[in-house]
Design a protein. Sequence first.
Length: 346
Amino acid sequence: MIYSSAIDLVRGVKARLAARGFDIEELSRQTGLDESECLADDALTLADKVSHLWEMVTEIAGDPLLGLKVAQPQSLDRSGLMGHIMRASPDVMTAIENLVRYTPLVSPAVQSSIEHLTGRTRVTLQLPGGQRRVPQQHYDFVWCMVLRTLQTAAGSSRVQPTLVTYAFPAPPGERAYAEAFSCPVQFNAAANSMEFADVDLAVPLSCTNPVAADWALRMLADLAQSQREWTVRMLAKLERTHPENTSFTLRVKRILVSMLAKGEPLREDVAKRLMMSERTLQRRLAEEGTNFTRLVDDTRREIAQRYLRNGQLSLKKLSFQLGFSDPSAFCRACKRWFGRSPTQLQ
C-alpha cells in the first residue's frame, strides 16, 4: 500500500526543526503534536497544531525567514506518496501534474491546482487551516522542500521558477525570497503560487524507474477511482434512504459526502457551494434543528455504520474517506458514536 498519512508530513517538519536545534519534544508537547495526541486529530485540528508549531519556533528563533532556511531536499525513499510519484514520472512537468492530481490521497485537506498558460505553467497551493491562519513560514517550508526535491530528482538546477507569489504581506528581509527561489517574488497576491517556464519542466527525472512507474501510476489511479466511486455510492444511498426528503439539511449532507474524502469540510466552502453566506447556512440548519458541526459528525457516523457492517473497506481507507487525518482519530470517533472500536463493529 503506497498510502501515507498526514502524520508523515508532520514528522518531516519536526525532523527538520529538530536538526536546527529546537527542543522538538517540548514544543510537540506544548502544541499537542506528540504522537499520542495528534494521531487522534482530524485534518483541520492537526493543521492548526502544525501552524501553532511554526508560530512558536518562529518566535523563539526571532527569524521570520525560518521556513526558507530549514527546508531541505526530501529523500525519495522517505517521501511516501511523493517519492512514488517522482519515480513514476519521466520528467518534471509530469511529476508536478501527478503531484497536483494525487496529493489529496495523502493530504486530503490540501488544495492545489495547475494551470497551463502560454509557454508557462502555474501551480497554486492552499494549505489547510481551521481556527488558526496558516503562517507564511509553513508555505515557505513546503515550497522550498518541493522545489529542492524536484531539483534533486532531476539532477538539474534548471528547474527554477520564473515567478513566486504569496497571499501575504512582504515580510522583513524580503530580498531573501528572491535569493531562495532565484526569481522575482510578489507579495499581497491573490494566491500562493509558483510559475515555471515549460521548457524547464521538460527536464527528465534521473530517478524514474520504468518498471515501477506503470505499477505506481496504476495504484494511484485505482485509489483515486475508488475514492470517486465511494462518493457516488454514498450519494446514491442518501437518495434511497431519504427519497422524499428535499430538506435543506439533506442538501448540505450531499455536499458533505462529496467533500469528506478531501479532509475536514469547511463551513465556508459548503456555503460557497450553496451560493450563500456562512451566516445564512447556519441559520437554515438551525431552522431544521441542527448545526454544521453536528451535521458533519452525523454524516460521518452514518457512513461509518454502513461500511463497518459490510466490511468493504479497510479501516485505514475508511478513516481517510471520512476525512480523518489518521485511523486512530476514526477509532476514537467510533468509540464515541457506538461505544465500541471499529474492529469490534466489523
